[in-house]
Design a protein around this ligand. Structure first.
Ligand code: TYD
Length: 219
């Protein structure tokens, strides 16, 4: 019998407002998993495929209404999920994804005030996959949320680079985004792991390791 079905892929997403500091930890985790012999797909949203990266450039730079933004990020997600994430999980890989659908609920839903009921409908459609002959809605196995007060994130970002469309938003926007993440966590408390990102980088890293070890995802 083929062994491929026995391999367990892991899908881990990383969330937080701009400036919360997730990037270095995602890179560190890619190394940690590879050191343990796992094959890692390191990817991001919006993006992760040629088509989705084109959509990312539009979403991050071009002015548009919240509905257009929501449809574009979900279109990018569909392509990314089917072209990259599902094939990697089917091979038993670890998929580390810098943002996923919680960002849509936080940014388009919380930040821009778009209808979260409609986002939920799109979520179910776009993330519908067939695994082992059964249809399900794909979700990350765990979502690490780097929670940082909006004011501190703004201080961290100030002057570091040319801001994109979202990074240029005022601090109130990011308060609403953070509230959006909080609501998402309350809806999926087992999937979400909140980490206090208002600590030293070393302390945050230790918290990330604890979360993944407690869940049996990292040795
Ligand atoms: P980000 O992940 O912060 O990448 P970088 O560190 O390279 O800037 O940028 C992605 C931006 O896209 C971020 O501001 C959040 C936004 N975004 C949405 O508005 N909706 C979404 O569904 C996703 C995935 C991201």
């Amino acid at each position: 019998m083929a062994t491929a079905g026995l391999l367990q892929g892991s899908f881990i997403s990383f969330e937080g407002i701009d400036g919360a500091g997730k990037s270095t930890h995602i890179d560190g985790l890619a190394k940690a998993f590879r050191d343990q012999g796992r094959v890692v797909t390191l990817t991001r949203e919006p993006g992760g495929t040629m088509l989705a990266e084109k959509l990312r450039a539009l979403v991050l730079n071009d002015p548009m209404d919240a509905m257009t933004e929501a449809f574009l990020v979900f279109a990018a997600r569909r392509d990314h999920l089917y072209q990259v994430i599902e094939p990697a999980l089917a091979q038993g890989q670890v998929v580390l994804c810098d943002r996923f659908t919680d960002a849509t609920f936080a940014y388009q839903g919380g930040g821009r005030g778009f209808d979260t009921g409609l986002l939920s409908v799109l979520e179910r459609m776009v993330q519908s996959v067939v695994v082992g002959g059964e249809e399900r809605v794909r979700q990350p196995d765990v979502t690490i949320w780097f929670d940082l007060p909006a004011e501190i994130a703004a201080q961290r970002l100030a002057g570091t680079r040319v801001p994109d469309k979202f990074e240029a938003q005022p601090v109130e926007f990011f308060r609403r985004v953070a509230d959006g993440y909080r609501r998402r966590m309350l809806e999926s408390p087992t999937r979400f792991a909140r980490i206090d990102a208002n600590q030293t980088r070393e302390a945050v890293w230790l918290d990330v390791l604890v979360v993944l070890r407690l869940r049996g995802l990292l040795a």
